[in-house]
Design a binder for this molecule. Sequence first.
Ligand code: FBP
Length: 262
Amino acid sequence: MAININKFFRNDRTLILAYDHGLEHGPTDFNEKSVDPSYVLDIALEAGYTGVVLHHGIVEKYYKTYFKEVPLILKLNAHTRIGYKPLISTTVCSVERAIRLGADAVGYTIYVGSHEEPEMLTEFSSIVEKAHEYGIPVVAWAYPRGSGINELDTDTIAYAVRIAMELGADMIKTYYNGDKEGLKWIIKNAGKARLVIAGGEKIPDMQFLKRTEEVLSVGADGIAVGRNIFQSKRPFTLSKALAKIVFHNSTAEEAARILPER
Ligand code: FBP
């Protein structure tokens, strides 16, 4: 069956709002507003994001009515920051349940280089096989991680992306380390899979807009951002500025004109 990821694209670019942090990082990532999933879904809807990333519990209780206008990537695995544990992102939802809940794609994190990587490779492959049988695209979080691993080394990121591509990912999310030439090589290694850049820790809004302009200019297909939006003091206008860069090729300077203060 042909797998179509176009639902997540507008003008051949994608802008995804990630909101799986409550599980991945804990509530310290949130403020009084962003702790409420409805608030974050409002941002996604109003700013015209072409995708949102959620775990199934939030989907069941919040992803309803008009929020469904924003296509859904349902995250199938999770890893928490609390306590000591192996570096494996555990499967917490099945492909079938994701489909029943209205997912347009499923997402899965692979910690490439971790001691537990083999399990994640096997599981990811099974998920790709099953999701593709149902015609559902798969988004891989290809994150180098583990003892002795330099998470931001260009060749290591390229290797992580290559692994996800060869195992059948339709879209791959990974880090940007600031190496523009390196990103070109990373994108080449994604092949026909689409490549999106993760947001990372909160940086000043203008810096984030510039970083977005940069990765798109090199050839990334879009960005998947979380903290840089919902930890911003102006998540709605910042999202609209981002959309100008992503979908309309505005420069960061042009896009920033809509921000109340710089
Ligand atoms: P951010 O834009 O906030 O970095 O979100 C992207 C993301 O991949 C989330 O989907 C996920 O919860 C988080 O980063 C994982 O963060 P970490 O790199 O700490 O594992």
